[in-house]
Design a protein around this ligand. Sequence first.
Ligand SMILES: Cc1cc2nc3c(=O)[nH]c(=O)nc-3n(C[C@H](O)[C@H](O)[C@H](O)COP(=O)(O)O)c2cc1C
Length: 280
Amino acid sequence: MTAILNASGCLDALVAPDIARQLDAFVTKTVTPLPREGNPPPRIAEVDGGMLNSIGLQNPGIEAFVASTLPRLAGLSVPVWVSVGGFSAADYAGSCERLDDSDAVAVIELNLSCPNVEEAPETAAELVAAARAATTKPLYAKLSPATWDIAESARAVVDAGADGLSLINTIRGLALDPATGRPTLARGAGGYSGPALRPIALACIWACANAVDVPIVGMGGITSGADARDVVAAGASSIALGTVLFADPWAPARLRDELAAGDTTPTQSVREMRANSVAP
Ligand SMILES: Cc1cc2nc3c(=O)[nH]c(=O)nc-3n(C[C@H](O)[C@H](O)[C@H](O)COP(=O)(O)O)c2cc1C
């Protein structure tokens, strides 16, 4: 059976524990060494084919996360994957070291691809190598689709010690206010997610699955069992749900049923799903 996870940043398990309990593993919002308030609002916009966000890694910082959030997540009895982000190799290494001896952490996902914050100066492979040296936990590298040759990045991060790949993060997009011609989001561009990402995700997963021999968590616009099957057919071994959770929080259970039933109903847009969704 295909494992179903949430995509980082798209579910707060402490606010919605029953939603999280549908999952085979819960992936946290990306945690950085220091607390972050994120970018100024507005930082969410609904657009054709999905949504834009410019949250900017709002999180309590690794110390408060380990002291307060992680013990409460452990109480959910769902395996916890911690998404780690930063602005240098030392940031990634420091957070991985901090998580290394915690029994509450099943996997560390390295967010190497947030479009809403400054990038670390090191390459993705150097960031993975620094994290690898700091922990014995399984490491998944989350890559950006915004690269000419994602298979090359996949080879580099696997050579550097990644045990798996999470594919894909959002891709940068811009929405304009029709009245003013100014960007809708305060930061300008944001990360584009949702159904429009599906063919991009499939191409990335396909390319990486043909380049490296590690498990792949596939994500990007999955809204139905049929979408999930495509992602697995392209080379993913498990799937993660992101934007769909905002419209349909019970999507994990629904997809599990659809996968089991071999349901091939056509996929719906997020807007259609929201119109049809029943409140939990
Ligand atoms: C509101 C929002 C917040 C997100 N925050 C994070 C994050 O903190 N870390 C991360 O790695 N990805 C983050 N993502 C990206 C998702 O994890 C996922 O890679 C992306 O949205 C594609 O999947 P989807 O089309 O199913 O949403 C975020 C996405 C959204 C929509």
